[in-house]
Design a protein around this ligand. Structure first.
Ligand SMILES: NC(=O)c1ccc[n+]([C@@H]2O[C@H](COP(=O)([O-])OP(=O)(O)OC[C@H]3O[C@@H](n4cnc5c(N)ncnc54)[C@H](OP(=O)(O)O)[C@@H]3O)[C@@H](O)[C@H]2O)c1
Length: 321
């Protein structure tokens, strides 16, 4: 089969489209013919080995040689004990823990798979897993957004941000989206009430306060975020620099306590079994998976560069076959 392979951390040029053996499913696994795989910032990070947390499991060389975690496709065959799915079933999955989606076929533990949601295309289903889980848990489960609250989504024009802006608006919040200048109009089109170009304005020094800050691009000292929270407000780190992560973990619980401000990490529970609410909203047309661009498997390097250089408004999807 064709697969996009890499053996050392680096820029997209280290990726090679090559022929490899079709993997053989283990007893509890299912072999899936990949039809669509969406890109996440985590693919870009694990490709380059930056930030440092992306090297967990492979400090010097990549642990997995084929990236791509959010897949949708059709079951080709199943292992001896994998009775939940049959050849021909349409499925989707989040396989971040072992990757392998930038290929024509991938083996997936049957417990990581779910049936393709009715009414969604392969591309729409592949767009959802990681970004949808981040948005759902950031806005609802942990963020607990209430009508009328002020919510700021830093990185609101990317994959997770695209879902988070829509969810926060559905839940009645006043939403501010922060991203680069190219994505301001896009965030408005998703429903954001206010938009900020991060190159022109620092939201932590503009004097405004928020009930929830969902931070998909966290690069500031943790103390800066405290300033932007209303009393009782909450800051959630999702991704960004290791320095910010360490501050959030070590001093976050202390620095806002007096004003009942909570500063912490959103440790996302990944897996398509957590996505039901956002799947249902997608099926009734209340949440849209905006797919900015589609690339063939042979152009995974270009697709990753497009995402990594910050052009993607919403999701980028690789269509296979
Ligand atoms: N906490 C967890 O459990 C967990 C689980 C899975 C993934 N993650 C992390 O989640 C993060 C977000 O993922 P994603 O797929 O939504 O990323 P994405 O699609 O790349 O979106 C991130 C957005 O942030 C923007 N951005 C970059 N620097 C910024 C800044 N200084 N201020 C404001 N916006 C900025 C980016 O645009 P430009 O780059 O163009 O400026 C981009 O639009 C990743 O870092 C990933 O590792 C966390």
């Amino acid at each position: 089969m064709k697969a996009v392979v890499y053996t050392r951390y680096g820029p997209p040029e280290v990726l090679r489209l090559t022929d490899v053996d079709i993997p053989v499913p283990g007893d509890d696994q299912v072999l899936v013919k990949v039809h669509a795989v969406s890109l996440n910032a985590s693919d870009w990070e694990v490709l380059r080995g930056k930030p440092l947390y992306s090297r967990i499991g492979g400090p010097f060389l990549p642990r997995h040689h084929i990236l791509g975690s959010d897949i949708a496709g059709r079951v080709e065959s199943a292992g001896r004990n994998a009775a939940l799915f049959r050849p021909g079933d349409d499925v989707f999955a989040d396989i971040l823990s072992h990757m392998g989606g930038f290929a024509e076929y991938v083996c997936v533990p049957q417990t990581a798979l779910a049936p393709l949601p009715a009414g969604l295309t392969y591309e729409e289903a592949a767009a959802l897993p990681q970004a949808g889980a981040i948005a759902l848990q950031g806005i609802r489960d942990k963020g607990q957004v209430q009508p009328g609250q002020k919510v700021l989504i830093n990185g609101g024009g990317g994959g997770s941000g695209m879902y988070a802006v829509q969810l926060a608006k559905l839940d009645g919040a006043e939403v501010t989206g922060v991203d680069n200048a190219e994505k301001l109009e896009f965030m408005r089109s998703l429903g954001a009430d206010h938009v900020i170009d991060y190159a022109r304005e620092d939201f932590t020094t503009n004097g405004r306060g928020y009930d929830l800050i969902l931070d998909l691009a966290a690069y500031r000292p943790a103390l800066d975020y405290r300033r932007s929270l209303m009393p009782g407000g909450r800051y959630l780190y999702v991704g960004g620099s290791v320095a910010t992560l360490l501050q959030v973990l070590l001093i976050g619980p202390l620095i806002g306590r007096a004003e009942r401000k909570r500063i912490g990490l959103l440790a996302v529970r990944l897996g398509v079994q957590h996505l039901d609410p956002i799947i249902e909203l997608s099926q009734v047309g209340k949440i849209t998976s905006v797919i900015d661009r589609r690339f063939p498997l042979s152009e995974v390097p270009e697709a990753l560069r497009y995402l990594g250089e910050g052009h993607a408004k919403g999701k980028v999807v690789v269509t296979v076959g």
